[in-house]
Design a protein around this ligand. Structure first.
Ligand code: C2R
Length: 338
């Protein structure tokens, strides 16, 4: 079995978080290799593993580290494959490692998942691999059904057992609830053929979203850019996402509460990339974007770093597209300037 994924831990002390990743990769039936190497303590070992891994066909790298978590950044320096970062909580509730991983400069994105969310790194990896692997796509689909079933069952196992005086849980009882699947409405202004869909949740975020679009353009990837707010226009948002059947990657761009990426993950099993934007603070959208519950990852990038979203989408698609791969190399070598 040739590994498709390389998981690197900064230290043996990260093993409990790494087990969440490896257990999920096992479940999704994705072959992987697991190494311990530190960018601080064994820089050349990281370089060697990443360069050789890339040459031997690794499609996704996962870096797991706590404290000043520079490991995923050094991985990104030596490969143009997608790099996923898992911040580990050692001190400061993991915020130190989260910021170290997420705030990468252009054009070196780290798709960062929530603190200690090893399983989400594996699921995001699965979603990337699934773009060219129908068996993994099927396993992702089954996994999402499991998470859904768990919610429905909780109503029976937990909520139904509460015997308060004023509660009436037989009202719209969830056990046999048939979810009505509203048909998807088509809108004439949407182009349904694009590979990447960028959704900004309001006009303020458009400056950042346009940077993503420029990078995708230079990478020669067909894309679509819409401003749709999942709170103010929930029906349009749902129709858009469900209608985009040919879209391989969704990019959500948002300030304040990152409802846009949260709802995206529930409507699609394709990879979701998030760019938090700063209007007042920036930390609010970053934390609300990255800290997704198990099962529903958002590969989060640095605040206002729209260009890195274009690069990351290109990296995810490049496993199957040599033209995009060449354009990515040109950007890294500054033969294309954006
Ligand atoms: P030790 O328990 O070995 O002292 O490590 C590790 O990932 C771990 O969470 C403590 C923490 O230091 C982190 N570490 C890094 C790097 N190397 C080790 N962040 C790195 O290269 O970024």
């Amino acid at each position: 079995m040739i590994p498709k994924v390389m998981v690197i831990l900064g230290s043996g002390s990260d093993i409990e978080i790494a087990k969440k990743t490896t257990n999920m990769l096992e479940k999704l039936e994705i072959p992987y290799s697991l190494k311990i190497a530190s960018a601080h303590r064994t820089y050349d070992l990281v370089r060697e593993l990443v360069q050789k891994g890339t040459n031997e066909g690794i499609k996704v790298f996962i870096g797991i580290a706590g404290l000043a978590a520079h490991l995923p950044g050094v991985i990104a320096a030596y490969t143009s494959k997608p790099v996923i970062g898992v911040p580990v909580s050692v001190n400061l509730d993991g915020l130190d490692s989260l910021y170290s991983e997420v705030q990468m400069p252009y054009p070196y994105p780290i798709a960062t998942v929530g603190v200690n969310r090893g399983e989400n790194a594996a699921i995001l990896t699965g979603q990337i691999i699934a773009l060219n692997d129908s068996k993994v796509a099927e396993n992702i689909f089954k996994l999402r059904e499991e998470y859904e079933k768990k919610v429905i069952e909780s109503n029976e196992k937990i909520i139904q057992k509460i015997e308060n005086k004023y509660i009436n849980n037989d009202f719209l009882r969830v056990k046999n609830l048939k979810i009505e699947n509203e048909p998807v409405k088509e809108y004439p202004e949407f182009n349904y053929d694009n590979k990447v869909s960028i959704i900004a949740s309001n006009y303020m975020d458009l400056v950042v979203a346009k940077k993503t679009a420029v990078v995708l353009d230079r990478l020669q990837i067909n894309h679509d850019l819409q401003i749709i707010c999942p709170i103010r226009q929930p029906k349009k948002f749902r129709n858009y996402v469900l209608g985009m059947k040919n879209t391989e990657i969704f990019i959500g761009i948002s300030s304040k509460s990152a409802v846009v990426t949260g709802v995206l993950t529930s409507l699609t099993s394709k990879p979701v990339i998030g760019v938090p934007c700063k209007d007042e603070f920036g930390y609010d959208s970053l934390l609300s974007m990255v800290n997704m519950p198990p099962g529903f990852p958002v590969g989060t990038l640095g605040i206002n770093n729209g260009r890195n979203a274009g690069i990351l989408a290109g990296q995810m698609l490049s496993n199957d597209d040599s033209k995009v791969q060449n354009n990515l190399e040109k950007i890294r070598n500054k033969k294309i300037n954006i």
